[in-house]
Ligand binder design. Structure first.
Ligand code: NAI
Ligand code: MG
Length: 347
């Protein structure tokens, strides 16, 4: 019996619902497999925790978190605690502290999903830099002026761009597109472009190009069929992937893998959406982003058969359309949709 130890951070709002349902799905997958087991350590770190303790996680939080095979996160952030506190004191320290420098975000129109676009050929990945850039958190603010710095190092920029090319190569793709804005950002993005040029020279057999982020946002809508691998900075990748998920019909659909490729630290998987305070407590959050994130986690743990089983069950439920949540046109609750996915896994 293989035992996987998972650290869970349900967080706030709908994060709690989707992680609860994720655990149900994982237990059924383990049962079905017969040779694997998941052991959970649920951590209460959230805005509620902050209001009680004055911090988002305990001082030794990172040590507690490190001791596992993988981390699953719902979402953090809730009215009552400023968003920059919840994000900067919990999510970002994990991503940077565990050197999860790759943020992998597949944007794929699964069978059964209805894109708001006329185009249904949507199947690409956004590989987002996840450790520095615009989210480095440095700068200063006075009453009169605020400066927000962005840090792009050679190491950080090169490794994410190289990862994008290697990912394309390993997945039989031949197109890498870099998101830039070097017309206006005369330091950081000129540097990014220069390193992109250096790296792409080593992948001569691959098609590589760059596009300014504003034009690229339009291109996402007009020609998603031409995209394969998009590599982007922390901020650009963040924005592009909410757009990408909306192209699939709901922001509740897309997953996100915060990956430490070297495996020195655990990786963390989460849906791309936030805690959705507007629908929190209503039981109608779409759990697909979380389930898909779980499938990505299973792949990383080399449990591919279970990952495939889960994705097939998700697609079957979407295709049938009978038990889907309101954001994608159904009437089902989060739990009812999960029940349908579980029934599919059980077969
Ligand atoms: P959000 O993603 O929480 O919500 C945006 C809109 O999408 C809302 O109308 C919401 O109801 C809907 N939505 C999101 N997920 C859904 C799902 N699974 N099913 C159905 N509808 C869904 O983004 P927002 O409103 O900007 O942020 C809310 C809070 O979440 C803030 O505190 C923010 O800082 C935090 N946040 C946390 C993230 C994380 O933990 N990784 C990521 C993004 C935001
Ligand atoms: Mg985001």
């Amino acid at each position: 019996m293989k035992n996987y130890r998972l650290n869970l951070i349900p967080g706030d709002g709908i994060g709690v619902d989707v992680i609860n349902e994720g655990v149900r799905v994982l237990n059924v997958l383990a049962e079905k497999h017969g040779g694997i087991k998941f052991e959970y350590n649920t951590l209460p770190w959230s805005c509620a925790y902050y209001l009680e303790h004055g911090r988002m996680m305990p001082a030794d939080g990172m040590e507690i978190l490190r001791d596992c095979d993988s981390i699953l996160l719902g979402a953090v952030g809730f009215p009552g605690v400023p968003d920059h506190v919840s994000l900067r004191d919990l999510l970002l320290p994990i991503r940077t502290g565990f050197d999860q420098y790759v943020n992998m975000r597949p944007i794929k129109l699964l069978p059964g999903l209805n894109s708001p676009l006329k185009n249904d050929k949507i199947d690409f990945v956004v590989i987002r830099e996840n450790s520095e850039g615009e989210y480095c958190g440095q700068g200063e603010t006075t009453d009169e002026k605020s400066i927000q710095n962005a840090i792009f190092t050679r190491k950080g920029t090169e490794r994410i761009i190289r990862y994008a090319f290697e990912y394309a190569k390993a997945n039989n793709m031949n197109k890498v597109l870099s998101a830039t804005k070097s017309n206006a950002l005369n330091h950081s993005m000129v540097f990014w472009d220069k390193i992109f040029d250096e790296v792409r020279a080593r992948y001569g057999n691959m098609e590589s190009s760059q596009m300014h982020i504003d034009a690229l946002a339009g291109f996402f809508i007009m020609h998603p069929e031409r995209l394969q691998v998009v590599v982007a900075s922390n901020l650009f990748g963040d924005i592009l992937t909410d757009l990408g998920s909306a192209m699939l019909g709901s922001i509740g659909i897309s997953p996100s893998g915060n990956i430490n490729p070297e495996g020195k630290y655990p990786s963390m998987f989460e849906p791309i959406h936030g805690s959705a305070p507007d629908i929190a407590g209503k039981g109608i959050a779409n759990p697909v982003g979380t389930f898909w994130a779980i499938a990505m986690m299973l792949e990383q743990l080399k449990e591919n058969a279970s990952a495939d089983l889960l994705m097939d069950a998700i697609c079957a439920v979407l295709k049938e359309g009978k038990f889907v949540t309101p954001d994608i046109g159904g009437k089902a609750t989060t739990t009812e949709m999960t029940d349908a996915v579980i029934a599919g896994i059980k077969g």
